[in-house]
Design a protein around this ligand. Structure first.
Ligand code: FE
Length: 324
């Protein structure tokens, strides 16, 4: 009845994800913990503005973002708190969580190269550096540089190779643009299938979702393209994560930690990645349908909590290079 419902413990989740499967995930947590889940879904920038406006009276217990660059903006604004959990320390590799417990990576995505196998050979696009090679003149499609996925990718380049090398790479890719940056990751795959360009940069799951689609047209788009996992002989592919943070003013911080711990259990992991087609962070969890078709690949082992501080430099480099 209503009385007991309002007396049950509650957590408020502010999530930048938007998947029907997350409802199933919340229900499963409720069933196992007795903690009711209320959620608000919106884009990360909008959630950030909401939390800033709410200040210390924010009802948010948990923030979920897709990309450490997005979650770092909450941390930078003082909207997260450091928490310690033995379960999370044990379950999640150290490179995939904040060193001070301000956020925890729970599902992995690889930022990879998508290409037209009729126009390029795999060795032409087996490194990120290849995208800047003059042999790809007028052949590269990308999305906007303000997109967090591209900012995080360039942030890793800055950390590994320095700002000058990162700027040189960005300028080389801009020189290879087939068109001005536009659309999301899926649009890059569509443009390649349509023959507008031969290569682009996407998170792996966008291609997997097309390949797994119920729509024949979408499956045809995936079939006309291929993925290359870059830098397999060096740094590994750029990895990012869906991450969860405990809000600075969480009314129920213990409930918030319990929720993140649930996401790092085999049950929570399977629900978290089933629809998104991300990789679980727990190696014992089976891959969701469709990921088994991808090759095993080397992942970058960079400490993801180092990326956020490079974000403004990354944007400066992109803008200077003319990558809108
Ligand atoms: Fe995405």
């Amino acid at each position: 009845d209503e009385t007991s419902a309002t007396e049950r413990p509650v957590i408020n989740v502010y999530s930048a994800r938007h998947y029907d499967s997350d409802r199933v995930l919340y229900d499963a947590f409720e069933a196992s913990s007795g903690i009711r889940v209320r959620f608000r879904e919106a884009g990360a920038p909008q959630l950030l503005e909401t939390m800033k406006a709410e200040g210390s009276r924010s009802p948010a217990d948990i923030i979920i973002g897709a990309d450490v660059g997005a979650i770092w903006r909450f941390q930078e604004a003082g909207l997260t708190q450091g928490v310690h959990s033995d379960a999370l320390t044990e379950a999640i590799p150290a490179t995939l969580r904040d060193t001070n417990g301000h956020w925890f990576g729970l599902a992995k995505r690889a930022r990879v190269i998508v290409f037209d196998p009729e126009r390029l050979t795999p060795d032409q696009i087996d490194t990120y550096a290849d995208l800047a090679d003059p042999s790809l003149r007028n052949e590269v499609c990308v999305r906007s540089s303000s997109n967090i996925y591209n900012l995080s990718l360039l942030s890793e380049t800055i950390l590994r190779d320095g700002a000058d090398a990162a700027a040189e790479w960005a300028q080389g890719v801009v020189s290879n643009f087939a068109r001005t940056p536009q659309g999301g990751d899926t649009a890059q795959i569509e443009s390649i299938a349509a023959g507008e360009c031969a290569a682009g940069i996407v998170n792996h799951y966008y291609w997997v979702r097309l390949a797994q689609s119920e729509s024949q047209q979408q499956r045809d788009i995936a079939a006309a393209t291929a993925l290359s996992f870059p830098n397999q002989d060096s740094t590994g592919a750029h990895i990012n994560v869906t991450a969860a943070a405990v809000a600075a003013n969480a009314p129920n911080p213990a409930g918030a930690v319990a929720f993140i711990e649930f996401l790092a259990t085999p049950e929570g992991q399977a629900l978290l990645v089933a629809e998104t087609k991300e990789f679980p962070v727990l190696e014992s969890v089976p891959l969701p349908d469709g990921l088994d078709a991808l090759p095993a690949f080397l992942e970058s082992n960079i400490q993801l909590s180092d990326l956020g501080a490079q974000q403004s430099e990354a944007q400066r480099i992109f803008t200077q290079a003319g990558w809108d």
